[in-house]
Design a protein around this ligand. Structure first.
Ligand code: ZN
Length: 291
């Protein structure tokens, strides 16, 4: 299915990457490095297609975290590590944003960088038990953690989030979040709330952000979104009734845009937002949900 090939989903790196918990990755050999600085990946300069550093950790870097083995990259251990955002890089390396459109960083490297970021985020946030405050230790052969004091088990926090393209004929509903620059629009999206089905979440988010009602909600695909740890669940919906009225707080603009005259690049190049618009938002395109 097409959405299997969205960046950050595992299919992108199948054949290149074998996910493994740290204790299952061999210890005694050198391998590759996923060095993250914020949401950028450190790569050697001057290559048309970037590569992961190989061998020892590039000289002069002071890691903020212990190197963490997250699997095998092309059959060799892959270690993830984070460096401080104010680290000045040597002339041999540069940091490329892995959410951004830089073509030197292909989707496979963006995806492995995202995986490393998501795992390191979990590691940083799972040091102590949220129930009793004592230290957690890893459950063997998994990313889960167990509290040695109260016995609670904790597993990676991945937050479900709907994202929906609402169509009215050839017009698409786009919104501008209050935090975004003027002129930047995207699809309605939001976190799942207690007690909701995904479809109910779609209805509520569209109602809250744009003031309208939708019908005929159907699933089209999903994407891991490691910024820091969301699962984006994509839908199409048809306009049902109501007048557009943004809430004025979270959403400051909302409107119908003809599919031939969309604002510049709604959603980033690597996002499911972009894919949904490209796949289902084109004028005259039939509605063909993936399943
Ligand atoms: Zn505990």
């Amino acid at each position: 299915m097409m959405y299997d090939f969205l960046p950050f989903n595992t299919a992108i790196i199948s054949g290149l990457f074998t996910p493994l918990p740290p204790e299952k990755v061999p210890d005694d050999t050198l391998g590759y490095w996923a060095v993250l600085q914020g949401t950028s990946l450190l790569v050697p300069v001057g290559l048309e297609q970037a590569l992961l550093p190989v061998g020892s950790l590039p000289e002069g870097l002071v890691p903020e975290t212990e190197p963490l083995k997250i699997g095998l990259w092309q059959g060799h251990p892959l270690r993830a590590v984070r460096i401080a955002s104010d680290t000045i890089l040597s002339m041999q390396y540069e940091a490329l944003p892995f959410q951004g459109p830089d073509a030197r960083l292909d989707n496979t490297l963006a995806t492995i960088a995202g995986r490393a970021a998501q795992i390191m985020h979990w590691e940083r946030r799972s040091r102590f038990c949220s129930h009793c405050g004592c230290e957690l230790t890893r459950i063997p052969a998994s990313w889960g953690k167990k509290c040695q004091s109260c016995g609670d088990e904790h597993f990676p926090h991945i937050h479900p989030c709907i994202i929906v393209l609402v169509r009215r004929g050839d017009d698409l509903l786009l919104i501008r979040n209050a935090a975004w620059n003027v002129g930047r629009f995207s699809l309605v999206a939001g976190f799942l709330d207690f007690g909701e089905s995904l479809e109910e979440c779609v209805q509520r988010e569209v109602r809250e952000e744009a003031g309208i009602e939708v019908a005929n909600i159907r699933y089209v695909g999903s994407q891991c979104w490691p910024f820091p740890s969301q699962q984006m669940i994509g839908f199409l919906a048809d306009y049902a009734h109501g007048e557009i009225k943004p809430d004025g707080i979270e959403v400051v603009e909302a409107g119908w845009f003809h599919s031939d005259a969309l604002p510049l690049s709604p959603g980033g190049k690597r996002s499911i937002s972009r894919w949904i618009i490209d796949t289902f938002g084109i004028s005259g395109e039939p509605v063909n949900p993936v399943r």
